[in-house]
Design a protein around this ligand. Structure first.
Ligand SMILES: [Zn+2]
Length: 201
């Protein structure tokens, strides 16, 4: 017995082909935009629907993560940023991730820098400022005054990037609540009249 439907996960629409057969667990395979699901004959519809959503999300994220990491080699980027430090720390691994509700993270145990995939869509100096922040954690694990001193020295764009990211977070949350007319207005706003932001010392 085969059933076909579509499901939209994080903006990606997939064709789902569900086949009930003699299997123990619900399994799914994603090929391009088609999700092939095999399910036990007697599994409840609600259980199956929930499993499909979860499996689809996991697979969509896995594919997108691979795509993003193919687009740019995170370790090359992070090491280039690390070289700007007075005493460049050794970073073992770096990757773009979709899993975290943070802009970046550093694991001291594995000397790994993780960067939120969305940073790749932002101006380069913002991406590099987050990379620098995480690299600085390889030297100072906390946010002590020494951490900020070192970071601002290696990355003078630090404060500007923090402000940029705060605005991005605000915007992402506010987006759906903005009146459509104002959303359209925002898309057309040019910052020509603002000039360069005042420098931070
Ligand atoms: Zn930090």
């Amino acid at each position: 017995m085969q059933e076909t439907r579509t499901v939209t996960i994080d903006g990606v629409t997939l064709t789902v082909i569900i086949e009930r057969k003699a299997v123990k667990n619900i399994n799914a395979r994603l090929r391009d935009e088609t999700l092939m699901v095999s399910a036990p004959q007697r599994v409840a519809q609600a259980t199956l629907d929930q499993a499909i959503t979860e499996l689809a999300r996991r697979l969509v994220h896995r594919v997108h993560k691979r795509r993003v990491n193919d687009e740019e080699d995170a370790i090359t980027l992070v090491r280039r940023v690390a070289a700007r430090f007075p005493q460049p720390p050794a970073i073992e691994r770096a990757e773009f991730t979709l899993a975290e509700a943070r802009w970046g993270s550093y694991s001291a145990a594995t000397r790994t820098v993780r960067l939120n995939a969305v940073l790749l869509r932002m101006p380069r100096w913002v991406l590099e400022a987050v990379a620098a922040h995480e690299v600085a954690h390889a030297i100072h694990l906390d946010h002590s005054p020494s951490f900020w001193r070192l970071l601002r020295r290696a990355c003078p764009d630090t404060d500007r990037a923090q402000a940029f990211l705060a605005a991005v977070s605000w915007f992402a949350r506010a987006w759906t609540t903005l009146p459509p007319v104002e959303r359209a207005l925002l898309a057309g706003v040019s910052d020509d009249d603002l000039g360069e932001p005042p420098s931070l010392t």
